[in-house]
Design a binder for this molecule. Structure first.
Ligand SMILES: [Zn+2]
Length: 169
């Protein structure tokens, strides 16, 4: 379960939604929509079992400062502190994106915990990685968030983007 002590409302809400997703059925149906994912030796059914196996573990979601102020990094997984999921303090993504990022990083956590199965995406570049487990499942989580839990109104989005240079990339 994802827990946070941060007071940023979007993070609190994203943790709640991600927790609900991992307890419900719909997310797993989306995972099983493909049989296999790139760079993983686990079938989608095995992935579902793994996600359920670890979903009661406590993952603390914290804001962290990246080494570079204008880093485009969304989040960081650190194997020396696997139960801490660090989100870039300088970015303020919408809730649906945060949910996707949390699920993406959670797959790194499972990858770290499991010896038999692998589900990473190699280097930090996202190019050509859309079919890997962290990116594909992060995208599915974002989609499910928009469909069922939370959708940021388009009007708010466009005004926000106009005044936030970090979102221009
Ligand atoms: Zn990643």
């Amino acid at each position: 379960m994802f827990q946070t002590k941060e007071d940023r409302v979007s993070i609190i809400r994203a943790c709640e939604i991600a927790n609900k997703m991992l307890l419900g059925d719909e997310f797993y149906l989306l995972v099983k929509a493909a049989v296999m994912y790139d760079d993983s030796n686990a079938t989608s059914s095995q992935l579902v079992s793994l996600i359920k196996k670890y979903r009661t573990d406590t993952i603390k979601v914290e804001l962290v400062k990246p080494w570079y102020r204008f880093s485009k990094m969304r989040a960081v997984f650190n194997s020396s502190r696997p139960n801490v999921l660090g989100l870039n303090k300088y970015r303020k993504p919408f809730i649906e994106s945060l949910v996707g990022t949390i699920i993406h990083e959670y797959m790194h956590y499972i990858d770290h915990r499991e010896d038999e199965f692998t589900m990473g995406h190699g280097s930090n570049s996202s190019k050509g990685k859309a079919g890997t487990v962290p990116y594909a499942l992060g995208r599915k989580a974002k989609y499910l968030c928009i469909k069922k839990y939370h959708k940021t109104p388009a009007k708010k989005k466009s005004i926000f983007r106009l005044f936030n240079p970090l979102s221009w990339f």
